[in-house]
Design a protein around this ligand. Structure first.
Ligand SMILES: *Cc1c(COP(=O)(O)O)cnc(C)c1O
Length: 231
């Protein structure tokens, strides 16, 4: 077995283990393979190993990769990196899910572009729970304002929340951020039932996805543990 197939298999096993340990069904956690910086041939290997969901963090890089896979209904492409409004149009054409919606202007641009492309785009609202000036993402109050405005975006479906905690060597230290995101989703859903669509929680990366699953992650974004370290 090639290394990518082997890594995918062991991560799927770890996801299953973490889910079962806390009474969740392994199938409730989606594995997003973060293929940023890796070439199309590497992604194709993962596809051959049965992987269907891929995450990219830059529109420009993705433009050179995603179209090579054609319109394949089995494959799903997720944008996980910061998105500038001026790239919203291209992003709405390339991606199936955008994890990084954090402002009204960006959402409005995505809605318009999705409408023009004749599609409904699934989006997650990115929460900044660390309050770090350098981080992208919306505060809980800004997220409430986004949900207030969401009725005006007929071509977007808000499907949940995403967060990127500060990096800690010890994955246990990420857990309070994952817990905060889960609580935020619960609060928002009780204030406005149905407002978060499929109620996705996109959280957890290579080193801390098991902790994220214990706090309810439904999408884990794993790069290094599948593809190896990035140059
Ligand atoms: C790169 C990236 C990941 C994957 O990180 P790994 O540590 O390689 O698993 C996950 N989420 C986001 C937003 C990223 O930019």
């Amino acid at each position: 077995m090639n290394p990518i197939a082997r890594n995918l298999q062991s991560i799927r096993e770890e996801i299953g283990r973490a889910a079962r340990e806390c009474g969740r069904a392994p199938g409730d956690v989606l594995l997003l393979a973060v293929s940023k910086t890796f070439p199309p041939e590497t992604i194709a290997e993962a596809v051959r190993a049965g992987q269907t969901r891929f995450g990219e963090n830059r529109v420009q890089e993705a433009e050179g990769k995603i179209p090579l896979f054609g319109p394949d209904p089995k494959l799903e492409w997720h944008l996980i990196g910061h998105l500038q409004s001026n790239k919203a149009r291209r992003a709405a054409e390339l991606f199936d899910v955008i994890h990084s919606v954090d402002g009204l202007k960006l959402a409005a641009r995505l809605d318009q572009a999705a409408g023009e492309a004749g599609r409904t785009l699934s989006v997650l609202l990115q929460a900044d729970l660390a309050g770090e000036e350098t981080k992208f993402g919306a505060t809980p109050e800004e997220i409430r304002a986004l949900l207030e405005a969401a009725a005006g975006w007929p071509n977007l479906r808000v499907d949940g929340l995403m967060t990127i905690p500060p990096f800690f060597d010890d994955p246990a230290r990420s857990r309070p951020y994952f817990e905060r995101l889960r609580r935020l989703l619960e609060e928002l859903e009780s204030e406005r039932p149905g407002c978060l669509g499929r109620r996705h929680l996109s959280m957890g990366m290579s080193h801390d996805f098991a902790e994220a699953i214990r706090e309810g992650a439904t999408i884990v974004r794993v790069g290094t543990a599948i593809f190896g370290s990035r140059a």
